[in-house]
Design a protein around this ligand. Sequence first.
Ligand code: SF4
Ligand code: SF4
Length: 77
Amino acid sequence: MGAAKKGKGIPIIEVNAEWCKRCGICIDFCPTDVYDRAEDGLPLVARGDDCIWCDLCELRCPDFAINLKPKEGEAVS
Ligand code: SF4
Ligand code: SF4
């Protein structure tokens, strides 16, 4: 647990479509343009490998709809 914390790496990005109200904050704040916007406004993880794990999307989401977590198997090298 928490082994991928240092340097963080690239997370798995989960967007809870039921909680998301399609405000677009995560899309607008992401510094590396990870998200595309679906037709209905739902953020889509289009460029997940570009994520620098800055936490902005998770922290700014007013509905706690984004969850970032370490990729399995990446914790220990
Ligand atoms: S953690 Fe940062 S870089 Fe990664 S998707 Fe969220 S806002 Fe973008
Ligand atoms: S910030 Fe949260 S509620 Fe707004 S579009 Fe992104 S995931 Fe949905």
